[in-house]
Design a protein around this ligand. Structure first.
Ligand SMILES: [Zn+2]
Ligand SMILES: [Zn+2]
Length: 136
């Protein structure tokens, strides 16, 4: 089976369920826990934005052109303080409106230190965070 690696889909049930999804295949990852699997690279790299095959990827899987121009690779994704979507600016204002100029939650999480997080309201799962950090 040849499958293009990408960020896995997740679903929160009693435990988090992971799926590796591509155009042709879906692999339920949780059933593979504890089993021996083998992976072999094809050596092919495909930009997740323009879908062209390239020699090198940048950031989360972009060709250099998309890394420097695509809204999906905007610096304000990693550094929200740089976002100018609320000012009507950005690489793609429609993308900014649908992704960043939306209600968000600011939250605190305690792990090895206190972490300040920012999450789009429709993706926020406070129950999941509470369960993750609850001690037995
Ligand atoms: Zn590209
Ligand atoms: Zn933005």
């Amino acid at each position: 089976m040849e499958i293009e690696l990408s960020k896995m889909e997740t679903k929160l049930l009693d435990t988090v369920q992971y799926k590796l999804v591509s155009d042709e295949h879906t692999v339920e990852m949780n059933v593979l826990i504890g089993k021996k699997i083998s992976l072999q690279s094809t050596g092919k790299f495909r930009c997740q934005s323009c879908r062209n095959f390239v020699k090198k990827l940048f950031a989360q899987g972009f060709c250099y052109n998309c890394f420097t121009s695509s809204a999906d690779a905007s610096p304000c994704i990693i550094n929200p303080e740089l976002c100018e979507g609320h000012l009507g600016k950005g690489r793609d204002i429609e993308w900014e409106k649908s992704h960043h100029v939306q209600p968000h939650f600011v939250y605190l999480a305690v792990a090895s230190a206190v972490k300040v997080g920012l999450q789009e309201a429709h993706k926020f799962q406070p129950g999941g965070l509470i369960r993750e950090h609850r001690m037995p």
